[in-house]
Ligand binder design. Structure first.
Ligand code: BGC
Length: 263
């Protein structure tokens, strides 16, 4: 279906688990050359499983360790990619972190950690990818994994919501700057998605029921739902899609409290 993704070189940050792992495997199935970035070796088995899936499907894979919040690690990630595969076509800034804390108890360290990974990490990744695209005069693609919380406020997650709100305007600004060169920059904003990170909270019956209340489609999504949109956004089918956010959330951003027709 996404024939043009064959042999494309795609970097995915935070590819060791969750949505990033699904991105990696799906691009592999489209026969892309996938660079799986991961931060810690606790994902070794999962990464190896993804590499096997990618290679069996006819794609190629390269593992590159690195912390996206460290400038030198991201520069190294792009360098290793270009050294190994000769080019870069698609950059997916996916690595993210979340942990709830009431605002009045949040330390500067806690705030900074989330901003550094979710926002600054995507800034460095985008900047380095754009540099590479411009050097090669290439019409590359950047996709950031954002969140419904780039628009829905989220109590106890002020750092997270701020990072994702910033990511939205960052993407829109960069897109306005580089669309003229054919570089397409867009965000995907997932809602409630089951991954190993959220499995526990969504298997709690009370949390699950409360979450479903906020989803018009009455269904929690999975990583494949997000990966499908990433494949589309990376492909030529999306050649006229610039500077936009695709919400993949079962309608969560659409004021579900109004479902009953009151108000
Ligand atoms: C978070 C999830 C949360 C969802 C909906 C996402 O950005 O990563 O933990 O369930 O937003 O609130």
């Amino acid at each position: 279906m996404f024939k043009d993704l064959e042999n494309k070189v795609v970097i995915i940050t935070g590819a060791g688990s969750g949505i990033g792992k699904s991105f990696a495997e799906n691009f592999g199935k489209a026969k892309s050359k996938v660079v799986l970035n991961y931060r810690s070796d606790k994902h070794d088995d999962s990464l190896q499983e993804s590499v096997d899936i990618i290679k069996q499907a006819g794609g190629d894979a390269l593992l590159v360790q690195g912390d996206v919040s460290k400038e030198e690690d991201v520069i190294n990630l792009i360098k290793q990619t270009v050294n190994h595969f000769g080019t870069l076509d698609i950059m997916i800034n996916n690595a993210g972190f979340e942990k709830p804390t009431p605002t009045h108890e949040m330390t500067l360290e806690e705030w900074q950690k989330v901003i550094d990974i979710n926002l600054t990490g995507a800034f460095i990744g985008s900047r380095e990818a754009i540099k590479q695209f411009r050097d090669e005069d290439k019409q590359g693609v950047i996709i950031n994994t954002s969140s419904v919380h780039d628009t829905i406020p989220w109590p106890n997650y002020v750092h997270y919501a701020s990072s994702k709100g910033g990511l939205k305007l960052m993407m829109e600004t960069m897109s306005m700057e580089y669309a003229q060169f054919g570089i397409r920059i867009n965000n995907i904003s997932p809602g409630a998605i089951v991954t190993e990170h959220t499995k526990e909270k969504f298997s709690d019956p009370k949390t699950r029921a409360e979450t479903l209340e906020m989803i018009p489609a009455k269904e929690i999504g999975d990583a494949q739902d997000i990966a499908n949109v990433a494949l589309f956004l990376a492909s030529d089918l999306a050649h006229y899609v610039h500077g936009t956010t695709i919400y993949v959330d079962g309608g969560m951003t659409n004021y579900p409290a109004f479902m009953g027709g009151k108000g």
